[in-house]
Design a protein around this ligand. Sequence first.
Ligand SMILES: Nc1ncnc2c1ncn2[C@@H]1O[C@H](COP(=O)(O)OP(=O)(O)OP(=O)(O)O)[C@@H](O)[C@H]1O
Ligand SMILES: [Mg+2]
Length: 266
Amino acid sequence: MNRVISFASGKGGVGKTSLVANLGTLFSKQGEKTLLVDADWSLGKLGILFGKKPKWTIDQVLKGEITLRDAATEVSPTLSLLASPSGVEGFEELGETARQQLFFELDGLKDAYDWVLLDHSSGIHHGVLPFAAAAHQHVIVTTCEPTSYTDAYAIMKLLSKRFGVKEFALVVTMAGDRAEAGRIMDRFIDVAHSHLQVRVRLLDIFSWEPKMAEAIRRQTPFVDLYPNSDTALRLEKLSQSIALAVPAPTNGLRFFYQDVVTSNSL
Ligand SMILES: Nc1ncnc2c1ncn2[C@@H]1O[C@H](COP(=O)(O)OP(=O)(O)OP(=O)(O)O)[C@@H](O)[C@H]1O
Ligand SMILES: [Mg+2]
């Protein structure tokens, strides 16, 4: 049974895709079979970070041209990537039937991978929320700017009120001053706890890393380019704490999804 982790944010450009690409690379290097799902339905670009131009996308899976299992692009023997189409209008608002089909197909892969990491588009689309809600762990990515954590709060509010998600993990990126960011996030977590009755665990705060952009330009994961840097070591620690934080699930994605759709009326 694999473990499914969702990476979401309210505001865009906070570093979700970079995080997913690097964590996926680290899991796969530990011999864990990992599938990265580009759930940025209409502007998928996860493949770019690995210098891959996937032959198949989720769009073709939904059209029945290929099975989801065969649509995954191999990045390495233990790392695969399921791409989203880029520039397909309206794809972010997948209909209920299409969404359900995708969930069931993903669930069918539960014995093929140890980890499934979902890289969402930013914001609060109907296409994002049920997918995000069905995961075993919910990682919210934010910077410590008010515009970013206010949006992070909004997405947690929706996930908790509409989908009953009560536990979140938080990753802060691009911090100028990590101590100051820590103080801001402590307050943020207190507010979320008292207003939303959710538990938020701060996993880590990443400093502004100028070489992250270079990794994207060179289409190589940061942890491969600079494996001994402070940021890469922090990413490695993060991968370990995520692995420890997510207990081996007894139910797959399908179970959670059915639970999610029956408990609210999207
Ligand atoms: N810790 C960091 N320090 C500095 N820059 C970063 C950091 N993490 C990511 N970036 C940069 O921020 C930009 C956005 O990153 P990325 O695409 O990973 O964000 P995203 O949240 O997935 O964006 P979107 O919401 O558009 O999908 C990239 O140029 C990346 O290089
Ligand atoms: Mg992204």
